[in-house]
Design a protein around this ligand. Structure first.
Ligand code: ZN
Length: 120
């Protein structure tokens, strides 16, 4: 698990574009956006999934719809909401990834013709 000093969210909190009213959660641009407008919603302090308190879950739940609206415009076909935790373990975050009309679908990277697109 990464520490706060190694965490891209903790180290990028000064780039937050929105905060919950209670300051428990933030919206910030993702460091390596898949599509333009890709942001993450995360606790404002270094918090792993198992340790998130109900008030912080609530703060993130309030920010996620705002982040989706903020990432979308008239050319947005859909907005993906993802929680992966593969690489950046140690700080819970949700990706909000707007897909414009004509952009590739992310589904092909997740689901293959036989189901989950992973090798085991
Ligand atoms: Zn962190």
């Amino acid at each position: 698990m990464k520490t706060a000093d190694e965490c891209f969210i903790c180290q990028g909190l000064d780039r937050a574009v929105a905060r919950s009213e209670d300051g428990r959660a933030v919206v910030m641009p993702f460091r390596d956006p898949f599509f333009e407008g890709h942001v993450v919603v995360a606790p404002a302090t270094h918090t792993d999934t198992i340790d998130v308190d109900p008030a912080t879950w609530s703060a993130m739940g309030t920010l996620i719809p705002d982040a989706i609206r903020g990432a979308s415009d008239e050319d947005t076909a859909k907005c993906y909401l993802l929680a992966l935790g593969d690489v950046d373990t140690g700080h819970l975050h949700f990706h909000v990834v707007p897909k414009k009309n004509g952009d590739v679908s992310l589904g092909q990277y997740v689901f293959g013709p036989e189901g989950w697109n992973v090798s085991r």
